[in-house]
Design a protein around this ligand. Structure first.
Ligand SMILES: Nc1nc2c(ncn2[C@@H]2O[C@H](COP(=O)(O)OP(=O)(O)OP(=O)(O)O)[C@@H](O)[C@H]2O)c(=O)[nH]1
Ligand SMILES: [Mg+2]
Length: 334
């Protein structure tokens, strides 16, 4: 079976697998589109596709980057990503919900902010649509990460806006969680989820340039003190605070050194693998739930029972509990 898409010719699963393994970006993009689909047939194909990559062993690192809108996440990714490319890494960038930002960031805006990355063949940039349930975003992001890794990308950067629920989910999808903050403390508190600092493996005060240099240093000292008493985000690892300027590309080498120290420390203690396994388990459950849901609502008996019971419920002939029982009972799982 092939994956049909409007206008473009179909590619077989075999062709997609081959393309992804060869690092072909068009195939990678289409593979991601397939796994994002909530169509039941596509889900089965996606499962087949993903199943082909599980045994591809790779040393990769997944970095989540969060912070309030406008803190400079996209600019940081451009600077950090450029540094990584310069030392021979292949970099994938995944932007979760890039359009939600109040500062007007969109994937188009991001592409101008990530000029170097957009043009580089060793970089792949992809937004994750945030529509749908949170579980869907999490599962889609996990799968996009896996496909990027199968296509040969060594470092995966996941950008997420540090407000609302998203960043908590993204913490659960990555190895290393980086929090960007602004030099003036008040700007960070606005709209930022309390407790986000406790999830961070590293904190960078961005925009430490020009007039902000001094206040960035002061902020670093202040945050350094406040994290002293916090629970470790990753057991066996001490979160620290540093300054950087994404605009001036300063502090990127140091930031990468911190990531490498983190990977070494957590790998030797086993926490790196433990976390990935926990994430695998979460992924399995999320996908199980979405498959169950898709199959349930695609079932003819369920459809019939749903419309009949809905009417009865609306006219007050049945209670919510009874309605649900009737619809569930209509589902023939055999
Ligand atoms: N001075 C200075 N400005 C910066 C720095 N990093 C980013 N900016 C500016 O801050 C603004 C927001 O930067 P973005 O990279 O779009 O911030 P973001 O966190 O990705 O924002 P959203 O995606 O909208 O949440 C832009 O005007 C950047 O040029 C920096 O290190 N120094
Ligand atoms: Mg951005």
């Amino acid at each position: 079976m092939t994956f049909p898409s409007a206008k473009r010719p179909s590619l077989s699963i075999e062709q997609l697998v081959q393309g992804v393994l060869e690092g072909d970006r068009t195939a990678l993009g289409r593979a991601i589109t397939l796994v994002e689909s909530s169509h039941l047939d596509h889900m089965e194909l996606a499962g087949e596709l993903l199943g082909r990559f599980v045994s591809v062993p790779r040393n990769t690192v997944r970095i989540g980057i969060t912070g309030v809108p406008g803190v400079g996440k996209s600019t940081f990714i451009e600077a950090f990503g450029s540094y990584l490319l310069s030392i021979g890494k292949k970099v994938a960038v995944i932007a979760v919900d890039p359009s939600s930002s109040i500062s007007g960031g969109s994937i188009l805006g991001d592409k101008t902010r990530m000029e170097t990355l957009v043009r580089n063949r060793d970089c792949f940039i992809r937004p994750v649509p945030s529509k749908g349930a949170l579980g869907g975003v999490a599962a889609n992001t996990t799968e996009t990460i896996l496909l990027c890794e199968a296509a040969g990308f060594d470092v995966v950067l996941v950008e997420t806006v540090g407000v609302g629920q998203n960043e908590v989910t993204v913490r659960d999808l990555v190895d290393f969680f980086l929090l960007l903050m602004l030099p003036n403390a008040g700007d960070n508190l606005q709209g930022m989820k309390r407790g986000i600092m406790e999830l961070a493996d590293h904190i960078l005060i961005n925009k430490a340039d020009g007039e902000n240099r001094m206040s960035a240093d002061a902020a670093r000292n202040e945050y350094q003190q406040s994290i002293e008493f916090m629970r470790a985000a990753t057991s066996g690892w001490k979160t620290s605070v540093d300054v950087c300027s994404a605009l001036e590309h300063s502090g990127m080498e140091t930031a990468w050194a911190v990531v490498q120290q983190f990977v070494e420390a957590t790998t030797s203690r086993g926490t790196f693998t433990d976390r990935r396994q926990k994430q695998q388990r979460q992924w399995l459950r999320l996908r199980l739930a979405s498959q169950l849901q898709a199959r349930f609502f695609a079932d003819d008996n369920v459809k019939q029972a749903l419309s009949a019971t809905e009417d009865a419920f609306l006219s007050g002939k049945t209670t919510l509990v009874e309605a649900i029982q009737t619809i569930l009972a209509a589902w023939k799982t055999e």
